[in-house]
Write a protein that binds this ligand. Structure first.
Ligand code: PGA
Length: 239
């Protein structure tokens, strides 16, 4: 069964760089790969990317604000992201939580706003290094925002904060354990199965072993997704 490979470009790439990325990716992706793939470009090129990305590739926003319109300088609404071609948005990425002070309440509002406008949700959760002993409670608190949400339109990304952009990847058994905690909690609390991606220093050289884990439904990739060669290699992984 195929898995989902998602590129999170963060605050990287302008139009010509995106153009070059897709030109190179085109010749490298195996069109018979069973894996699905998606990209979350910066908001400034969301529209452009949604026009030039391969038809098979979903395009998502990295963030949205939950108000419909108004005096919110610098923010983009769900309607704007949708208008620019996004079919989903990341929500609650640890960089949003830690650098921009986003709370679980904000995350909940964003999920509601996205679902009201028909966009899918990719909810990012994960623990800080010092929270690792308390993993279950930390993840469950972050997942509690899924109460009264259409879980069928949600994917969870488990990204241990200490593994993001650091080159340190969680041990395979720890990835399995965290994914089980997430899946069990969602099933027990909300009665639905949920897909869970792993994120945190995934690159072409370690994606294969991570994607081969049954509990892992895909990967969310930051740094390595900027390179079309690495990203294509991940898409082409047999899992
Ligand atoms: P990384 O980022 O792959 O650069 O660690 C992952 C993410 O933040 O989504």
């Amino acid at each position: 069964m195929g898995k989902l490979i998602v590129a999170n470009w963060k605050m990287n790439k302008v139009r010509v760089e995106a153009e070059a990325f897709f030109a190179e990716l085109d010749g490298l992706v195996d069109n018979h790969s069973k894996n699905a793939y998606a990209v979350c470009p910066p908001a400034t090129i969301l529209h452009y990317v949604s026009e030039v990305a391969p038809k098979k590739m979903k395009v998502g926003a990295q963030n949205v604000y939950y108000k419909e319109s108004g005096a919110f300088t610098g923010e983009i609404s769900v309607k704007m992201a949708k208008d620019a071609g996004a079919s989903f948005s990341l929500v609650g990425h640890s960089e949003r939580r830690n650098i921009f002070g986003e709370t679980n309440d904000d995350v909940k509002e964003k999920i509601t706003a996205l679902q009201n406008d028909g966009l899918d949700v990719m909810l990012c959760v994960g623990e800080h290094l010092e929270e690792h002993d308390n993993l279950k409670a930390v993840l469950q608190e972050q997942l509690s925002v899924l109460k009264d949400v259409d879980i069928g339109k949600v994917i969870v990304a488990y990204e241990p904060v200490w593994a993001i952009g650091t080159g340190k990847v969680a041990e395979l058994q720890d990835i399995v354990c965290a994914h089980k905690i997430i899946k069990d909690y969602v099933k027990n609390m909300f009665g639905r199965d949920v897909k869970v991606l792993y994120g945190g220093s995934v690159k072409a050289s370690n994606a294969g072993e991570i994607l081969s884990l049954d509990e892992v439904d895909g990967v969310l990739v930051g740094g390595a997704s900027l390179d079309p060669k690495q990203f294509a290699q991940m898409i082409n992984t047999e899992c």
